[in-house]
Design a binder for this molecule. Sequence first.
Ligand SMILES: Nc1nc2c(ncn2[C@@H]2O[C@H](COP(=O)(O)OP(=O)(O)OP(=O)(O)O)[C@@H](O)[C@H]2O)c(=O)[nH]1
Ligand SMILES: [Zn+2]
Length: 374
Amino acid sequence: MADVTGFPEFQSGMSLTSVERAVSEFRAARPVLVLCRDTAVLVAGVEGLEAPLAAALSHAAIATPRLVLPAARLRRLGLERTTPGSVALPTIDLKRIEQLALQIEAKVDAPVAPVVPLDETALELARIALTVPAVLVVPVNPADPALGFIERVQAVDVASFRSQAAKHLRIVGRAPVPLEGAPETEFVVFRGGEGLRDQVAIMIGKPDVSAPVPVRLHSACLTGDLFGSLKCDCGDQLRDTVEWMAKNGGGILLYLDQEGRGNGIANKMRAYKLQSQGWDTYDADEVLGFDLDQRRFDFAAEMLKQLGITNVDIMTNNPVKIAAMREAGLHVVSERRVIGRPTRENVRYLASKRERAGHFIDTDALVARLTAGE
Ligand SMILES: Nc1nc2c(ncn2[C@@H]2O[C@H](COP(=O)(O)OP(=O)(O)OP(=O)(O)O)[C@@H](O)[C@H]2O)c(=O)[nH]1
Ligand SMILES: [Zn+2]
């Protein structure tokens, strides 16, 4: 007789699910209890942190709470740092937290301690949740009855979440979607990978998979892809790639849920606001606590493998994407550059990508095109 006492199939993937639940709580500005052997901390983001929650956290604390900040933010606060650190908070003072985590001209006002593993977990939670990377970590007693209703997650599950999510990618739907200029196109939707939504492989034409297949990894850019923002070249890159693939025997465009270089749309808008005040694309991100690029591409390589691709003709200017495909075991046979139209608003952005992140972009040629009014 079948075993009717339990639901064994529900066990598989539970560690992923527990992190997903914790991330939902965290995004809703509710604290999460993170456990590592005998140690427990409440973790709360600085976004949405208000006085009643601050008071409850102080009340539950069994040792001094701390504010954990990433290296990028500490550099903005005036320290030479390549690793995250924490600042003790004898009282949970919202104004001081706001200053240390977000204010533009703030300087660090207290000693910065090296992080412990639970601090790293707290930052990782904020990263997965796509919130501002600044977190309050409050040591607590996990048996405290006041914490009974709070979502609990194991630190080890948070730490392995992103690589697990890459491994658990699976196709959940596919259908033909004829596109203008590329009528023979199929959309293949994958669940898993990065971000909070699904990933889509757009199969244009019928590429010969025995030869190197033209592939573009395209990170979502709502403003550029959909609305034609002049601030970047994403919309052109997207449409030009589809058109090129349709005319040249087909290819695969991976549309990846990595808005804002993996920082999420809200942080991208925070960065755009800073850019409107004169900051460049990378410095604006650093003010918010982000390093150059938060994206991983291991799951994109996994999508290609599941589609039966091993040899790739990659369409990108980004050396990190190329290295990631090689590292994941794909054979990058050739490379093509993909440059959109230069605009007065995007030329500085493109130059920064070349100067700061080593993208293969000929900015002199772009400036010449812009001046010639192309
Ligand atoms: N944080 C941040 N993200 C941005 C900004 N402008 C555009 N983006 C994001 O940058 C990403 C660009 O994606 P891609 O064009 O696929 O990647 P890329 O690194 O430029 O590489 P290639 O285009 O392949 O050469 C998208 O996720 C955009 O949403 C910005 O000013 N700040
Ligand atoms: Zn863009």
